[in-house]
Write a protein that binds this ligand. Structure first.
Ligand code: ADP
Ligand code: MG
Length: 740
């Protein structure tokens, strides 16, 4: 394939300097590359705004107006009209044109190109002005508008009434790219811009011209990336048609089908590359086949103290289907705090046991492992399955016994911490490994766990309470299957969330005392972002002191838990609180990971602005587990950044973890989303948005799956285009299978 790549700098009107600016802004240096930089919105050039409706702000407007007066200014101020005739324009600093359209008047302001613009406007007449209005000294003004003589501007095709492609998702009919060149249209693309572009004179209008040149130079050489049968199957327009219309739409419909095609393409290849890895792995590793549900499962199920929620049932079915499939399961289980993941873990583990295997459940902390063990043992009682707990503090004699029990298979389910992955822990036949709160485990540790079974890897279930928007999960964990428990068990009370500042602190303490008097307990949490940060401990210590002053012993009992305590002391204090002996637990964020104290009704989070949204959400989930009303108070300093403020407001407004995650993603973009720091996105998305195109993302994933179902290695002739595309540099997909 002879790909003629025109360098941007050789395009008409570009040159080396502008080419450099374009490269700095978009990271592309060829005309083909430039074609993949899409407008982020469109201006409908046939739509005019009356001057009386012009408001300052982000939106571009187009006004059709007559020039009423033109003023020139130099360093001394206004230049008298009689001086203008013999004026050398090099002393002019600014020009102002006052324009009117019958509904009102406004200014057009120029600091550059004044001579030329003056000659154009000073004669009067009617023009179309296009640009971003700003209010300046009480008057509406557009700085450096684009200007067109009225006749020229209105010679396009008939009026079209809407301009933005942002939501265009209609499926386009396949259209053949017949028409040559770029027909005139009333839509004009508005491209991302930056300081560098502006400084090198690449205004919106210039950018459009450059795109036109790029299109002329490179469009004929654009190779289709999606095979014909897929274009037909998904009713996608051909690449060249899409590229032409994304930049210069012929019509609203053409724009919609171009947008759809290009978004689909991005998401499809993203998913194709991720799923291809998944297929590679599931084909290579033969999973342990678990055809039965087994007696233990049934016994446990029939003696549950409550009916499973619909979501729990659905997820268990998904897991069960994976485990009997003969392929290794790699599933991410997402469920909000309190959604009942433990139950799902237990029933899944029992499927493994029912098929002659063992299961392990690994938790990130000793406290959590103990808690899991306690709960799980309760559920296991009717089954006769033997469970054990293995942590760093398990005594040597007991440890030996457990090791033996795992090796001879008498222990069916082992719960524990990192101690589980030590080399001397060997299983008779490990069939399922469950990891709770996945993001706390390192890559290496998980990999070790997967190797605990000799002949083939165990099924893997990763549980996380950090809600990740589904679309993001599909991408970040694209090679894992994702299950979501999107329903809380009945009877949970909403948690009232309030924003508090220092001025309200005494009132807060009074309120906590009332709750304690009513037999309830309270958490007070301090940030400890870096465990070594002196400041944080200083704050914590001051805080504890203050709380002791306000809640003196007797009658109040305060338990303290933080990272500097040794395990024994930590466990002791934690136990004091969970058993109800202590009224208040003062803690750093260690409690984030799952203690269950149903009697606690108040969660106070100090310096809440320093916590991430999902952390706040996790912490809040610690209350409202009992039958009483619960409160979460987010304490912040009086001064808050705008972003912090809207985050706190979001927390006060909703309790839905997925909504919080979605909003967080919208506010900050997916790259910054908490719990996902381990990865940027595997490819850069130029047109699709994980936040906005979730439906399309699922469709693209299904489409990719269907292709791989038939041709897992993409080696059949009809898929040559796909494997060619995936070999391009831009798909630098990391292998998540080795991470999770
Ligand atoms: P998670 O680990 O997802 O945060 P847990 O598994 O700890 O949640 O469950 C939270 C609480 O809800 C536990 O006390 C558990 O006994 C209870 N629970 C779980 N499933 C149900 C259900 N289907 N109906 C009622 N209560 C349930
Ligand atoms: Mg849990």
């Amino acid at each position: 394939m002879s790909l003629r790549e025109t360098e941007i700098q050789y395009l008409p009107g570009v040159g080396p300097k502008r080419a450099e600016a374009l490269k700095a802004e978009f990271g592309v240096s060829t005309a083909s590359g430039l074609l993949r930089i899409y407008p982020y919105r469109y201006m409908d050039r046939s739509r005019l705004t009356p001057i009386s409706d012009v408001r300052s702000g982000a939106a571009y407007v187009q006004v059709r107006a007559r020039v009423k007066a033109v003023w020139l200014y130099d360093a001394k101020g206004e230049i008298a009209p009689e001086r203008i005739a013999e004026l050398k324009f090099n002393t002019v600093k600014r020009m102002k044109a006052v324009v009117e359209d019958g509904s009102g008047e406004m200014d057009m302001t120029f600091f550059r190109g004044i001579k030329w613009t003056y000659e154009k406007l000073a004669g009067g007449g009617e023009f179309i002005f296009f640009g971003r209005p700003e209010e300046y000294a009480g008057r509406m003004s557009i700085v450096h508008p684009e200007i067109d003589k009225v006749e020229a501007a209105l010679s396009g095709p008939g009026a079209v009434t809407s301009g933005s492609n942002g939501t265009a998702t209609t499926t386009g009919q396949a259209v053949t790219s017949g028409a040559k060149g770029c027909p005139k249209t009333s839509f004009t693309g508005i491209y991302p811009s930056g300081e560098k572009l502006k400084n090198s004179g690449i205004t919106g209008k210039v950018m459009v011209k450059i795109m036109q040149s790029a299109l002329n130079a490179a469009l004929p050489y654009q190779q289709e990336t999606i095979p014909d049968y897929l274009l037909k199957r998904h009713r996608l327009v051909p690449l060249r048609y899409a590229l032409r219309n994304i930049h210069f739409p012929e019509s609203q419909e053409a724009l919609a089908s171009a947008t759809y095609r290009l978004k689909f393409e991005e998401l499809f290849f993203l998913q194709l590359s991720l799923l291809k890895q998944q297929y590679r792995r599931t084909r290579a590793d033969n999973g342990i086949k678990m055809p039965k549900v087994g007696e233990a499962f049934n016994k446990c199920y029939s003696s549950l103290p409550f009916p499973l929620t619909g979501a729990q049932k659905r997820v268990i079915t998904e897991i069960r289907n994976d485990m009997k499939s003969g392929h290794q399961m790699n599933r991410l289980l997402q469920g909000d705090v309190g959604s009942g993941k433990t139950m799902v873990a237990v029933l899944s583990a029992l499927i493994a046991v029912g098929n002659g295997c063992q299961a392990c459940i690994m938790a990130p902390t000793e406290v959590l492992a103990q808690q899991h063990f306690k709960n799980i043992s309760r559920y296991l009682a009717p089954t006769g399955v033997k469970a054990a707990l293995l942590t760093g503090s398990t005594r040597t004699a007991e440890r030996r016994e457990i090791h033996a029990g795992l090796e001879d298979g008498s222990i069916g389910i082992i719960v524990g911490t990192h101690a589980l992955i030590e080399d001397n822990v060997r299983f008779k036949r490990l069939g399922l490994a469950i990891v709770d709160e996945q993001h706390r485990f390192g890559v290496e540790q998980r990999a070790k766990l997967w190797r605990k079974n000799q002949d083939c890897p165990p099924h893997v279930l990763v549980m996380t309470a950090t809600p990740i928007p589904r679309t993001l999960a599909m991408t970040l964990y694209g090679d894992l299957e994702v299950s979501v428990i999107d329903e809380l068990p009945p009877g949970r009370k909403p948690v009232v969330t309030l924003h508090g500042t220092e001025a309200k602190r005494l009132g807060l303490y009074r309120f906590i005392k009332e709750e304690i008097a009513a037999g309830r307990q309270a958490f007070i949490v301090y940030p400890l972002i870096f465990e070594s940060e002196k400041m944080d401990y200083q704050n914590l210590e001051n805080g504890i002191e203050e709380i002791r002053r306000h809640f003196p012993f007797p009658p109040y009992k305060i338990a303290v838990v933080h990272g500097k305590l040794d395990n024994e002391e930590k466990n002791f204090n934690m136990e004091a609180f969970s058993s109800g002996r202590a009224n208040i637990l003062v803690a750093t964020s260690v409690i984030e990971v799952g203690v269950d104290v149903p009697n606690a009704s108040v969660m106070v989070i100090e310096s809440a602005e320093r916590f991430g949204l999902s952390q706040l959400h996790q912490l809040r989930g610690r209350v409202g587990r009992g039958s009483d009303k619960a409160w979460c108070v987010l304490m912040t300093s009086h001064k808050l950044s705008k972003e912090s403020k809207s985050r706190i407001e979001l927390m006060c407004r909703t309790e839905n973890g997925f909504e919080i995650a979605e909003e967080d993603m919208k506010m900050r973009g997916p790259g910054d989303l908490e719990g996902t720091q381990q990865s940027g996105l595997p490819i850069q998305l130029n047109i699709a948005s994980l936040a906005k195109d979730s439906l399309l993302l699922s469709q693209a994933r299904e489409a990719a799956r269907a292709v791989l179902e038939e041709d897992p290695t993409l080696s059949q002739p009809q898929n040559v285009l796909l494997s060619t595309e995936l070999r391009k540099d831009k798909y630098c997909i990391r292998d998540y299978s080795s991470i999770s």
